[in-house]
Design a protein around this ligand. Structure first.
Ligand code: PSU
Ligand code: MN
Length: 300
């Protein structure tokens, strides 16, 4: 099944110009309305401003899309569409249903379109209590066999970060700290967990991508890009909001794909919108770095 690329994306891929994939679940389920539409438009503009073509990925009426028209982008932000992981793709394409793609599904579709670099906010991972619930995002297992480079501010602190790092090791996904020796934790610039490897710039990431290809490995690469400390969420506000949000999720007895959107929205509510400001800065920061990596990749 072919991915339908916008003319802009198809042209850039054919000519070897830089393209960055963007996910749609952050728009539909990760950010509250109506700020989400403005954010989706701004994310694309950040890329265009530096000569990189944005490829927002989604499934519309059962068709795999990389690069959306302004009207299609608006649909993602305003319609009540489902959150799609990779396992949902055969079902929604068979039925002609629309949905927003997670990191897992975006990676799968972007790779099929020939896109090599992808910016998100925070990758999914192993949830707290996963030893009992088995709740681990398919983002991790998909990255084990889809050769895309994902720029992420580590993983959200709602997750079990050391367990997520262990799983990334088991799944043989390279993790590169972008100008950092510590794994970030989304709203906070660090998690306190040390990384084995770090890179000084985008060209160094592109060199690792090329070496991975030369080794004929098929894994994704995770670029862990922390928010500058002066932009992070106040750690005390963060810790209090996180504890309260986890308590509420427990009370509600949530499971499955509802957990992450619930926790994100609850933390926005508890912090009076402060976590939303930080979440937007995280996405912008990751998109800028992804643009540099895509540009360095195109120049090789
Ligand atoms: N990053 C954000 N906001 C989000 C997400 C990431 O800043 O909403 C989404 C991504 O789509 C990611 C998903 O793939 O959360 C993880 O969901 P789950 O834990 O159900 O796999
Ligand atoms: Mn899950």
């Amino acid at each position: 099944m072919k991915v339908e690329c916008s003319a802009e994306v198809a042209g850039a891929l054919a000519e070897g110009r830089p393209v960055v994939a963007l996910e749609s679940t952050i728009i539909s389920h990760g950010l509250p309305r109506p700020d989400n539409l403005a954010a989706a438009q701004e994310f694309e503009q950040i890329l265009r401003d530096v000569g990189v073509v944005p490829a927002t990925v989604a499934v519309l009426d059962g068709r795999l899309k990389a690069g959306l028209t302004p009207a299609e982008l608006e649909r993602i932000a305003t319609e009540d569409i489902v959150k799609l992981s990779v396992r949902d793709l055969p079902i929604v394409t068979a039925r002609g249903v629309s949905g927003a793609t997670t990191v897992a599904a975006t990676s799968f579709i972007a790779d099929r379109a020939g896109i090599r670099v992808f910016a998100t906010g925070g990758l999914g991972g192993v949830h707290r209590g996963a030893a009992e619930s088995f709740d681990e995002s398919a983002d991790l297992t998909v990255l084990a066999h889809v050769p895309i480079t994902v720029v992420s501010a580590g993983v959200k602190s709602i997750l079990d970060i050391p367990a997520t790092l262990e799983r990334l090791e088991t799944l043989s996904v390279p993790v590169l700290g972008y100008r950092t020796e510590e794994f970030p934790s989304f709203w906070l610039s660090s998690s306190g967990h040390a990384l084995d490897w770090n890179v000084p710039d985008a060209a160094a990431v592109a060199a690792v991508m090329a070496a991975r290809d030369a080794l004929e490995q098929r894994s994704g690469i995770l670029v862990a890009n922390p928010l500058p400390v002066d932009q992070q969420l106040d750690p005390q506000i963060h810790d209090d909001a996180l504890a309260e949000a986890l308590r509420r999720a427990d009370d509600e007895g949530l499971s499955g794909k509802d957990v992450t959107p619930f926790l994100l929205q609850t933390i926005v509510d508890i912090t009076g919108g402060e976590s939303l400001r930080v979440n937007l800065d995280i996405a912008r920061n990751n998109i800028r770095v992804a643009a540099e990596i895509a540009t360095a990749w195109a120049a090789r």
